[in-house]
Design a binder for this molecule. Structure first.
Ligand code: NAD
Length: 269
């Protein structure tokens, strides 16, 4: 059955759209009728594969290289999307990475890399999106909102993570960043929401699922007893971007099979 075209005619930018969760989000938004800029940092071939999948099913997409931590590159990406599609209606701030280390051994480079891509990248992209949304205003036949920004966070916006303090700090920052701009942009009819995935099977966490022993250990942390799939997040992003979620702003939806429910307490009541 064909997916309802709830994002028909809307233009979306998905950062890190060439891999894992971003790839699934790009495909899900395109299936819902959005025209998609598939952003990638380095992997040209992977981004073109996503574009091909979307075009082969009748959708519209193109790939664009941009490092989200670089202001000039982010501005150029928005200018390119606006030139190609006339405007931008949806931004999915998905790009992110880990540079793990014990805290005492963590280098400033590891800290700065993660903060600049996972947090500053969301600032740079959201600012460009908000400027375009405010300038254009609402187009009622396309969407009830003047624009939508989805911020990919993580269960680690609330769960502390030893050995990953740069990553957890970046996602804690994303949470407060998302809420603060949601408050500021709501009067412009712009919605801003967060998605906090638990363990989703992607390249970012391959060591946690690539062997049966690792996967079993991971499942101890997931009450629902399965690892998440990128499509679980893709479907949520498409729904959050649609008018079905029009009264939702400034909050984070957890898509984690219960990982944030303190599973260690399940047998200790
Ligand atoms: P992934 O490694 O498959 O994808 C990460 C994406 O970010 C890639 O497309 C990569 O090219 C892009 N990227 C990295 N640096 C970039 C830069 N400077 N500019 C532009 N793009 C850049 O991992 P994923 O699991 O799909 O992660 C996507 C997002 O989901 C990240 O923000 C991650 O923190 C978040 N997340 C993932 C999980 C999980 O379990 N997989 C859980 C919680 C949150």
């Amino acid at each position: 059955m064909k997916t309802p075209q709830k994002l028909k005619g809307q233009a979306a930018i998905i950062t890190g759209g060439d891999s894992g969760i971003g790839r699934a989000v790009a495909i899900a938004l395109a299936e819902a009728g959005a025209k998609v800029l598939v952003n990638f940092a380095h992997n040209h071939d992977a981004a073109y594969e996503v574009v091909k999948i979307i075009k082969d099913t009748g959708g519209k997409a193109f790939a664009h290289q941009c490092d989200v931590s670089k202001e000039d590159e982010v501005k150029a990406m928005f200018a390119t999307a606006i030139k190609k599609y006339g405007t931008v209606d949806i931004l999915v701030n998905n790009a992110g990475l880990q540079k793990d280390s014990k805290f005492v051994d963590m280098t400033l480079e590891q800290w700065n890399t993660v903060i600049s891509i996972n947090l500053t990248g969301q600032f740079l992209c959201s600012r460009e999106a908000a400027k375009e949304f405010i300038k254009r205003g609402m187009v009622k036949k396309r969407s009830a909102a003047a624009g939508k920004i989805i911020c990919m966070s993580s269960v680690h916006e609330i769960i502390p993570w030893a050995g990953h303090v740069n990553y957890a700090a970046s996602k804690g920052g994303v949470s407060m960043f998302m809420k603060s701009i949601a408050q500021e942009l709501a009067p412009h009819q712009i919605r801003v929401v967060g998605i906090a995935p638990g363990a989703i099977q992607t390249p970012i966490n391959k060591p946690a699922w690539e062997t049966p022993a690792a996967l079993n250990k991971l499942l101890d942390l997931i009450p629902y007893n399965r690892i998440g799939q990128p499509g679980d997040v893709g479907k949520l992003a498409a729904w959050l971007a649609s008018d079905d979620a029009d009264y939702i702003t400034g909050t984070t939806i957890f898509v984690d099979g219960g990982m944030a429910l303190y599973p260690g307490f399940a047998d200790n009541g």
